[in-house]
Design a protein around this ligand. Structure first.
Ligand code: SAM
Length: 281
């Protein structure tokens, strides 16, 4: 009998430990262990990796990660009510699950992890985008993670993988696709969760590239993209006024028509613009 079979069903765990879902903590639990095993498999071969999981809750995905052979799982959970359920899982997989009780936006998990690190999470929706942007914008590249396998609201997932010219193309797409390969690998209807959220969800798989696709200074690129998409309906020469003394000429030097709007500009042209503003060192 494998360790996962010795643990009680998740509905029983929730009843025993009084884990009624709290909206403020973005709690929509996955209780189907076949589904959590499938999500864990999307992350690839975990046997040689440490896994960082944010928001394990009652531990359905945590169980999937351990059963699919993760070397170690470090789980960061804010809700103290979940700790006894997670302790039962840790006991079933000795030495392989460490739980930090804290806010993922405050805790620095790096000291607890040995590379290679994969991040796998059914993220609390209220902090998901902020965590993703942090993971995508470290000072140095490659980052601490080799892949991110993350559940998002379908609409956010579409923004991450969007191509130029689409309504969902924006800052998230540029930041994600500049230094990572991003694709949607699973779609889940609201009914897959307990309680069901209002919207559909999707799992996005991001794999860190060894180096950026095109050279650019990360801070300049971030500023350019933020300014361009903050006023996405304006022509770039207006939206980016102030980023260079003669922004129209700088745009032209980067091969961009100054009358275009941000959503028409490809990733490589945004990088060319960042280089035209500040040549990469
Ligand atoms: N992974 C579990 C699953 O799939 O069933 C739970 C997912 S639920 C969508 C999000 C989880 O993140 C909850 O357990 C919630 O308590 C936790 N959480 C919410 N905000 C958090 C934060 N700032 N830091 C760490 N965990 C948080």
């Amino acid at each position: 009998m494998s360790a996962i079979d010795t643990l009680p069903p998740l509905r029983e765990v929730i009843a025993t430990h009084g884990l009624s879902a709290r909206k403020a903590l973005g709690q929509n639990f996955l209780l189907d262990l076949n589904l959590t095993a499938k999500i864990a498999r999307q992350a690839g071969d975990l046997s040689g990796s440490d896994v960082l999981e944010i928001g394990p809750g009652p531990g359905g995905l945590t169980r999937g990660l351990l059963a699919s052979g993760a070397r170690r799982v470090l789980a960061v959970e804010k809700d103290t009510r979940c700790l006894p359920a997670l302790a039962e899982i840790a006991a079933a997989y000795p030495g392989r699950l460490e739980v930090i009780n804290g806010d993922a936006l405050q805790v620095d998990p790096l000291a607890h992890l040995t590379p290679p690190v994969r991040v796998v999470a059914n993220l609390p929706y209220n902090v998901g985008t902020e965590l993703l942007v942090r993971w995508l914008t470290p000072a140095d590249w490659p980052p601490f993670w080799s892949s991110l396998t993350l559940m998002f609201q379908r609409e956010v997932a579409e923004r991450i993988v969007a191509a130029p010219g689409s309504k969902t193309y924006g800052r998230l797409a540029v930041l994600a696709q500049w230094r990572a390969e991003a694709r949607i690998v699973m779609s889940l209807p609201p009914g897959a969760f307990t309680p069901p959220p209002k919207v559909s969800s999707a799992v996005v798989q991001l794999t860190a590239l060894p180096a950026p696709r095109y050279p650019a200074d990360p801070a300049i690129l971030s500023r350019v993209v933020a300014a361009a998409f903050n006023q996405r309906r304006k022509m770039l020469r207006a939206a980016l006024k102030g980023l260079a003394p003669d922004i129209a000429s700088t745009l032209e030097a980067a091969g961009i028509d100054p009358t275009q709007r941000a959503e028409q500009v490809s990733l490589d042209r945004f990088c060319a613009l960042a280089r035209a503003i500040a040549p990469a060192g």
